[in-house]
Ligand binder design. Structure first.
Ligand SMILES: Cc1cc2nc3c(=O)[nH]c(=O)nc-3n(C[C@H](O)[C@H](O)[C@H](O)COP(=O)(O)OP(=O)(O)OC[C@H]3O[C@@H](n4cnc5c(N)ncnc54)[C@H](O)[C@@H]3O)c2cc1C
Length: 385
């Protein structure tokens, strides 16, 4: 018979959300993190574009990213052997028929990130020479957008949590959640775990975990996003190209370890699953890239897909469930879960410890009610009535 292990906090999910939460919560409590796969980060966390832009996602997301920057630039001593951020820059481009959208987008972008400035098509082409002059009608640049060392960040969280006494258990798929003596009793392939507090960081599976625990689902919708690598154009040094993003969210591309990373920016609703790239989505991405640039896609070296999981308002859900307060949500990070993880992890730990929003997060203009699940419950009640 497998032993029963008691702890203060059980976290379900070993992606960036669960790892970040383990890092912060283990400062003051004993943590066990349970991951179904044989290694943490197998699902969405290991499939991202690794971009730290302050100009993507709704207003709440952007403010949380601003509150995450300091940690990314200067993580705690010993957290990582290498810098977590490296220079990239991001150019948003528009065709003639998208110029109005570009102007609106630029105005909204500058309100939060004043370093963003308009650039001429010629200036954009000087930075990324494959952009077609007959395609490009306008552009702007976010000069301080960065690349994230996702593995460095993820492993830093896990290593730091372990150093504070946390335990990450892999091959520990949660099969049943019940109660025992006022605590949560979590049954997994790797044994049984008891704790007074349960954190749901299960990504696309977040609602399934809630239902297993007898908690009402919050309406998580996983959406598939496809990405693929192609060889860099022959004889061209792409190392310093910025990320190029279409203002209408039809494609983006950036250098990726000597190759180009390309995405059709798709968002196809999906069930929670081990997502994979559909040939059609890769073909759409290649076609859009070829329209905007002089690149001819001859070979795709690798393709993959991941699930970006959202609730209705596009903001993350962090905090105790309104009806079951020892069940804590940490889900709905959508396409922004890596870059928001420093601040969201601290918010989660603070709420579990009985505190409110960390001061620096509040100073960015985020309200607790922007994040807690109550906002979704009110909407659920309206739609049910
Ligand atoms: C193509 C693409 C590009 C992206 N680009 C960016 C970007 O540039 N910047 C950015 O910040 N974000 C980006 N994202 C989004 C980001 O990757 C996600 O928001 C983030 O990884 C979500 O992390 P997570 O820990 O919530 O989910 P996951 O990494 O999916 O982790 C959830 C974990 O829970 C585990 N789990 C589920 N059910 C159980 C169970 N029953 N028992 C035990 N464990 C369970 C799963 O196995 C999984 O490991 C991108 C995503 C994609 C797909």
């Amino acid at each position: 018979m497998k032993a029963v292990e008691e702890t203060d906090v059980i976290i379900i999910g070993g992606g960036i959300a669960g790892a970040g939460a383990a890092f912060e919560i283990s400062r003051s409590a004993k943590v066990v993190l349970l991951e179904r796969e044989s290694h943490c980060g197998y699902h969405t966390t290991g499939r991202s574009a690794a971009s730290f832009t302050e100009n993507y996602g709704n207003g709440v997301i952007r403010r949380i990213v601003l509150a995450s920057r300091a940690f990314m630039i200067q993580p705690p001593t010993g957290f990582s052997d290498y810098p977590l951020l490296s220079k990239r820059g991001m150019i948003t481009v528009a065709r003639a028929d998208q110029l109005e959208l570009l102007a609106q987008d630029l105005e909204a972008a500058q309100a939060l990130v004043p370093s963003i400035v308009a650039m001429t098509p010629a200036e954009a082409i000087a930075r990324v020479p494959v952009l077609r002059a007959d395609y490009l009608a306008g552009a702007y640049i976010e000069p301080h957008s960065m690349d994230i060392d996702v593995n460095g960040l993820h492993q830093g969280y896990l290593r730091g949590a372990r150093a504070r006494g946390a335990r990450a258990v892999t091959n520990a798929g949660v099969k049943d959640i019940g109660r025992q003596g006022g605590q949560w009793r979590v049954e997994t392939q790797a044994g049984t775990f008891l704790a007074p507090t349960l954190v749901n960081a299960a990504g696309a599976w977040g609602d399934e975990i809630a239902v297993m625990a007898g908690v009402r689902a919050i309406g998580l919708q996983p959406k598939r996003r496809t990405a693929f690598n192609i060889p860099a154009p022959a004889g061209v040094d792409i190392t310093d190209w910025p990320l190029v993003n279409d203002v209408g969210a039809e494609f983006y591309f950036k250098p990726d370890a000597g190759q180009l990373f390309v995405s059709p920016a798709d968002a196809t609703p999906s069930a929670p699953m081990d997502a994979y790239a559909e040939d059609m989505d890769v073909a759409i991405g290649a076609e859009r890239l070829e329209k905007a640039t002089t690149i001819e896609v001859q070979r795709v070296s690798r393709s993959w897909a991941g699930l970006r999981t959202f609730v209705a308002d596009g903001s993350p859900v962090v905090g105790p469930d309104d009806a079951v307060p020892d069940f804590v949500w940490l889900v709905g990070q959508g396409g922004y879960g890596i870059k928001t993880s420093p601040a969201l992890s601290r918010v989660c730990a603070s709420l579990i410890g009985g505190g409110g929003l960390p001061d620096d997060v509040a100073r960015q203009g985020v309200a607790l009610t922007d994040l807690t699940p109550q906002r979704l419950r009110s909407a659920q009640q309206v739609s049910a009535s």
